[in-house]
Design a protein around this ligand. Structure first.
Ligand code: GLU
Length: 281
């Protein structure tokens, strides 16, 4: 109990510090409103800890499908790769980061939902994933019903955690962490029994050298996760430009190349490229 209080207090201080630094923030892109691009820098939100999607590597570079999509979109908006400033946007931070103007757009396994659409706008979708479970090999957990009374890890602010509570595993002991890499560490140590989120993310983790042969995906398609590019609410001009960029990325085969390069190593069987505006419910 005491520990919990300390944590809450620390979180408050941290939140205040964040608010303070956010004051005076711009719209995430410098000097790019009228000409449609070509300013000094563009700030883009991604994940930093999701192999195959958005990963900051030890040498400080960034890799993954979301990184490739974002780089392509930025190019179409008039920014070269060296003009991109990557910003970590964890699941629970995304709506606020856009509202504050910390970033111009977010490509971070960000599912388009009606609830989120009240706060942000989305371009896309550009990928369809499905919620699944990652467990230790031989755990005996293969269905959502096996999760009753089990410790199930997911991330605060994600659709994955929400779906667990309202849909398929209300009786699981849900542990909400800040990032999926914290859940993976918990799965490895045995402090949680399963991790749930999009199969695209789980496949990326499972294929990491240090986890090879240890974990397995259950292969359940528990939901449809339509990844969109998040944009500040009301910025229709940027949404339209990003939709054009995403369409071009598919038609010139860059989308397919990015899929192969990033999901190939994880043997992730992705769905075909979605049509812009076509949300699979
Ligand atoms: N795609 C889901 C979501 O937007 C889960 C992955 C994530 O947390 O980024 O919440």
């Amino acid at each position: 109990m005491k520990l919990r209080k300390v944590t809450a207090a620390t979180a408050t201080v941290f939140a205040l510090a964040l608010t303070a630094t956010a004051c005076g923030g711009d719209d995430g892109g410098d000097n790019n409103s009228s000409s449609g691009g070509g300013g000094d820098k563009i700030k883009i939100g991604i994940k930093y800890d999701q192999p195959g999607l958005g990963l900051k590597t030890p040498d400080g570079s960034f890799t993954g499908f979301d990184v490739d999509v974002a780089t392509y979109v930025a190019k179409e908006l008039g920014y070269k790769p060296d003009q991109i400033e990557w910003v970590e946007t964890k699941s629970a931070d995304r709506e606020n980061a856009l509202a504050r103007g910390d970033v111009k757009f977010i490509a971070a396994t960000y599912s388009i939902t009606d609830e989120r659409k009240e706060k942000v706008d989305f371009a896309g979708p550009y990928l369809l994933a499905h919620q699944d479970l990652l467990v230790k090999k031989g755990s005996g957990i293969s269905e959502a019903t096996d999760l009753n009374d089990k410790k199930l890890c997911s991330v605060t602010g994600s659709t994955s955690a929400q779906n667990v509570k309202k849909d398929f595993a209300p009786d699981a002991q849900l542990r909400e962490y800040g990032t999926y890499s914290e859940c993976i560490a918990g799965l490895q140590s045995g402090s949680v029994d399963a991790l749930t989120t999009d199969d695209s993310i789980l496949a990326g983790f499972a294929s990491q050298e240090q986890y090879k042969g240890k974990f397995e995906l259950a292969g359940l398609k528990l939901s449809n996760e339509n990844y969109g590019v998040g944009v500040k609410k009301g910025d229709t001009e940027t949404v339209n430009k990003i939709n054009d960029a995403l369409e071009k990325m598919v038609s010139d085969k860059s989308w397919e190349k990015a899929v192969e390069a990033n999901f190939g190593p994880a043997e992730y069987k992705n769905e075909p490229a979605p049509q812009i505006g076509n949300i699979v419910k």
